[in-house]
Design a protein around this ligand. Structure first.
Ligand SMILES: NC(=O)c1ccc[n+]([C@@H]2O[C@H](COP(=O)([O-])OP(=O)(O)OC[C@H]3O[C@@H](n4cnc5c(N)ncnc54)[C@H](OP(=O)(O)O)[C@@H]3O)[C@@H](O)[C@H]2O)c1
Length: 283
């Protein structure tokens, strides 16, 4: 089978790794980047404009800083008949707007949320969740698989980003918690490296509880809580006192306690900690 031409718009860290993966597989690859110098060293056809690059291929992969930049790059370009695959991070609504724009301009749109760093693109350590056009997902499946494990989440172009922002929130919550734990440990004369293996051991033991919490959240039934709101309210108050006395307060803990406090105030103290999610629903 003759490798088909592919276009990559955006040669930042991700876009360059994507172009390299296609080139490694023998696909004639056309590239465009706002700063032309970033194309140096790539055995690709370097286009002078996004329009020239898009004209070269049926599959157009976009990887720029944000969706505003993606809109600017695509503005005024003839994308008729193209499969647009946008790997740029953004909100679900931005992806849906781009899908609408693509449809109005005669293109099919697939949005991808990337779970990889540029160095792992094209390896087993790379996974990309897609949503949007099933036709693009099917027609270009072999080429998309060159970038990492493909998961298709359905026709709503915003769905991959919907998962993505939720996953990012979980990731930043974990990272924020880790940084605060390291600061708290340091304030108590404990090295971050000494703390981390114990922390990871505890997190590994407790992470299955997230499945239980998720089932409680989906069912809206919080009666069987082994980790009650009242117990966690007390634990968070203790922790907040400790952080203040050690000189490293962290507003995220106050926010979390506020979610718990509101449920306890409504008479749910004996129910599962997972019920705190209902405090978000009230804003
Ligand atoms: N890197 C990762 O590990 C990773 C992982 C998952 C998802 N992502 C997502 O992938 C996207 C790209 O990430 P990256 O790491 O490649 O970022 P990056 O290295 O900072 O590159 C940003 C790219 O966007 C271009 N750009 C920015 N503003 C532009 C504009 N107004 N018009 C045209 N081009 C513009 C830049 O062009 P210039 O070179 O001209 O500045 C550059 O090509 C982001 O949305 C990021 O969240 C990245």
């Amino acid at each position: 089978m003759t490798p088909e031409a592919i276009t990559v718009l955006g040669l930042g860290n991700l876009g360059r790794a994507v172009a390299q993966a296609f080139l490694r597989a023998g696909h004639p690859t056309a590239v465009w980047n706002r700063s032309a110098a970033k194309a140096s060293g790539l055995a690709a056809a370097v286009a002078a404009t996004p329009a020239e690059a898009v004209a070269a291929s049926g599959l157009v992969v976009v990887a720029v800083l944000d969706n505003q930049a993606a809109q600017q790059v695509l503005h005024g370009v003839d994308v008729r008949g193209r499969a647009l695959v946008n790997l740029t991070s953004g909100t679900p609504e931005e992806a849906r707007n781009l899908a609408r724009w693509a449809a109005e301009n005669g293109a099919d749109y697939l949005h991808g949320a990337v779970y990889a760093v540029p160095q792992t693109i094209g390896t087993d350590a790379s996974a990309i969740n897609y949503s949007g056009s099933p036709a693009v997902h099917e027609r270009w499946s072999e080429q998309l698989a060159l970038l990492g494990k493909v998961t298709f989440l359905g026709e709503d172009a915003g769905r991959a980003s919907g998962y993505d922002v939720a996953i990012l929130s979980g990731m930043y919550g974990l990272l924020g918690g880790f940084l605060h734990a390291a600061a708290l440990a340091r304030a108590g004369g404990i090295k971050a490296t000494d703390l981390t293996s114990m922390l990871l051991s505890w997190l590994t033991d407790m992470h299955p509880a997230l499945h239980t919490f998720a089932e409680e959240i989906d069912s809206g039934s919080y009666a069987g809580g082994e980790s009650s709101l009242a117990m966690n309210q007390s634990g968070l108050a203790l922790l907040i006192r400790a952080t203040e006395s050690q000189g490293v307060p962290f507003a995220a803990l106050d926010s979390l306690k506020d979610l718990v406090d509101r449920q306890v105030a409504d008479g749910h103290g004996e129910e599962s900690l997972a019920r705190a999610v209902e405090s978000f629903a009230r804003g």
